[in-house]
Design a protein around this ligand. Sequence first.
Ligand code: GLN
Length: 464
Amino acid sequence: MLLDKTILELAAGLRSGEFTSVDLVNECYDNIEKYNPQVNAFITIIPKEVALKNAQEVKLNSPLSGLPFVLKDCFVTEGIKTTAASKVLENFIPPYSATIYKKLLDAGAILVGKMNMDAWGHGGSTENTDFGVTKNPWDTSRVPGGSGGGPAVAVSARMAVFAIGEDTGGSIRNPAAWTNTTGLKVTYGRVSRYGAIAYASSFDTVGPVAKTSEDCAVILETIAGLDNLDATSSPKPVPAYSSLLDKKMSEIVIGVPKEFYQDGLDPEIKAAVLQVSTELKKSGAVIKEISMPLFDLCLPVYYLIAPSETSSNLARYDGIRYGHGRDCFTDETTRRILIGTYALSAGYYDAYYKKAQQVRTLFIEEYQKALSQCDILLQPITPNNPPKFGELLSDPLQNLLADIYTVSQNPVGVPSLALPCGFTKSGLPIGAQIVGKMFTEELLLSVGHQFQKTTNYHLQKPKL
Ligand code: GLN
């Protein structure tokens, strides 16, 4: 299947004339027709004629030219319905496009769909959507993770070459872990958020989901960089990530923070994640146990600040300016708006929101300290394997605990790469994340690339 190939292999094949962009688009739509009815990953499928026309007209001016991709449905696309998976925006047709979408169109990539998610990014299972749950292609009785379940499933089930997701507290990494895909949560500010429907603005990041670390490097090269329309986007130059993938592992110290491997972590996941360090050690990396004692505070900090910001961001959906009224918010979203409004209200602000921001500063220091003792941190992504439908929803506390390993990085801003690192005895995928200092994506991507050169977990795909 053409869609098993990496981005650089596809780019080479298109240039040598081995196959055409039309062939790729046709293969995508064949897979969408076969698999999407089983997994419900799409909210909007772009009409095949439109994608084919774009494929026929494409000029090969970048490695992404002619490659079919999908967007999480939280990115506005001019003239194409954008819902954030909420009934509130059921019929919303944006009048402008997100910067990442424009950059990808300029690069000649071909949009084939807008993908399902937990509404507004609120969730970790793609069950909190008004467009029907997305199913995990590795076991359709289980959730694919979230909030970006749709984008990850599209890549995992070969319905697109790559996807763009959004990560506020794990929404790229968590579904990557549970669908056997590779996903990058970038440094805050590395990629423009202009046109990304805001969840928690000081945590939100935009990044790639793909089959390999190398693919993520190629995509990041295209989407990263300063954007005058996003004042928080960084002016730092964008490295040529894909030509910097061959760093010597003998120069690298991998920190293993012991607090991330204690009670509550499934033993099979723990073994698979630690195996990543054993593998990288063979290439010369040095492993060092370290301590991050504030770890326990990450969930309360995240679940005070994120709802506070979302209660403010979602205030604009008043039923007058955009879409339907506030009665269309789901219970999960309403719960977050209530918590956030409470934490920000006079009399409680100091005790909750301000305190959480103070602890956030301690977290920034904790990560700085940890990353001064090593180059990267190796951490699990999820404490458990993908649950069956309903298991998380019936237990809101469990739902929050599922995010424990992915919510400490966003308040700090550091980047993290999610990598497939094994399978459970029952055949479910397991992921690990490597976290680095601010703006060290090239290091994370090269460690990921090295790991994928010597392992084949990332090559496995679901049997639908
Ligand atoms: N699961 C987390 C939450 O519900 C993360 C979501 C995200 O990154 N958008 O807040």
